[in-house]
Write a protein that binds this ligand. Structure first.
Ligand code: OSB
Ligand code: MG
Length: 389
């Protein structure tokens, strides 16, 4: 580990202090959503997640594993992530002194896949690291924004008038971009109605992999709606068909599910599979990997933005820090805490609020810059385990 650290010049540039991890706690929580959230792959009313905390030298870092209860968005679930974290990721950290959270990813190299499990624990190490340096997580990552642009993701509704009303409400709250979930049969007519009522707004559509290349003609019809982007129209693992589709569309394709690593991002850009990338630290294995994708996109002038996974306040705080990096140039799926959860279910203080200009401030206190409300966390905990390292 040390040799690896010494061969990485970025680590030398930091105020080098070894962090000796003392204990780790893992819990599974469940929160009820304010209203059901429906995408092309399913409808959900509750959010399960894992919350991880790491302790060292009187400090505590927090992370959130965004795997859900079912393997719809990705193959990971809270149960698989629990097993991977407990049986492989924590043991790999035992006895290790970390100089920088970038060291976590290589220490888990033997574990193939399971990016959400890795990300949850790695986020906690990043928060701890930033706190040990007495700087904000945003700054530790290299972020320079004091506020980020906020967009809202609107799920599939029972009819078009309800959707139009939700858009109206979101715009009046200040959200800077509306993203609508679409699927075959809930697409052209919906977007046509939205464009009739809201001809100028920044609008995007996210299919969560609900189409195939055989639907290319239908997807081509979306070009007339002047969408900012079309997110993940085709297979969750596909790059080639997206490249084919992108050649036929005027609308920029943005990839979400298909980009699971910096290598995927390189391949997608090389193939022309997309013109925009949605970065989620959970999907790509953590903040170090997310930053690597940001860096390579920035070098090629590819815009990125931060996606969301219905996070609690802990994951939301991580997303804000990530989105403060300079390449996050489009509105993010980071909305106010009250968008998904009742105020009494927000796990951090202060809650995230939307400023009147449609932005959310990036906290500047040490680490995540928000206080985790541990009694509340306790109340929503289903299961918990601790390790002394
Ligand atoms: O595809 O971006 C997605 C939520 C769960 C799973 C996948 C996605 C989403 C969202 C919600 O769109 C974004 C948010 O957290 O606000
Ligand atoms: Mg998406």
């Amino acid at each position: 580990m040390l040799l690896q650290a010494l061969s990485n010049p970025r680590i030398i540039a930091y105020n080098v202090a070894m962090i000796k991890l003392e204990s780790i706690s893992l819990r599974e929580i469940e929160l009820s959503l304010l209203r059901p959230f429906e995408t092309s792959f399913g409808r959900q009313q509750r959010r399960r997640a894992l919350i991880i905390s790491v302790q060292a030298e009187g400090l505590r870092g927090w992370g959130e594993c965004v795997a859900g209860s079912d393997p719809w968005y990705s193959y990971e679930t809270t149960r698989t992530a629990w097993q991977i974290i407990a049986d492989y990721l924590i043991p790999a950290l035992a006895g290790l002194s970390l100089e920088h959270p970038d060291e976590a990813w290589p220490s888990w190299a033997r574990v193939r896949g399971h990016p959400m499990a890795k990300a949850g624990l790695e986020q906690a190490l990043w928060d701890l690291y930033a706190k040990s340096q007495d700087i904000s997580l945003a700054r530790a990552l290299g972020g320079d924004k004091t506020e980020i642009e906020s967009g809202i993701s609107i799920g599939i509704q029972s009819d078009i008038p309800i959707t139009l009303k939700l858009i109206e409400e979101s715009l009046s709250q200040g959200y800077r971009r509306i993203k609508l979930k679409i699927k075959p049969g809930w697409d052209v007519q919906l977007l046509a109605a939205v464009r009739t009522d809201f001809p100028k707004i920044r609008l995007t559509a996210d299919a969560n992999a609900a189409y195939t290349l055989a639907d290319a003609a239908r997807l081509k019809e979306l070009d007339r709606f002047d969408l900012l982007m079309l997110e993940q129209p085709l297979g969750y693992d596909d790059l080639l068909d997206h490249a084919d589709l992108q050649r036929r569309l005027k609308t920029p394709i943005c990839l979400d599910e298909s980009i699971k690593s910096p290598a995927d991002a390189c391949r997608a850009l090389e193939l022309g599979s997309c013109r925009i990338i949605n970065i989620k630290s959970g999907r790509v294995g953590g903040l170090s990997q997310a930053k690597a994708i940001h860096d390579l996109c920035r070098a090629q002038d590819i815009p990125v933005w931060c996606g969301g996974m219905l996070e609690t306040g802990i994951g939301r705080a991580h997303n804000l820090a990530l989105a403060s990096l300079p390449g996050f140039s489009l509105p993010n799926d980071i909305s106010a805490s009250e968008r998904y959860y009742l105020p009494e279910l927000e796990l951090v203080e202060p809650p995230f609020e939307l400023d009147t200009n449609g932005t959310i401030s990036v906290p500047d206190g040490p680490g995540l810059g928000v206080r985790v409300l541990e009694e509340r966390l306790e109340r929503v905990t289903l299961k918990r385990q601790e390790w002394q390292l």
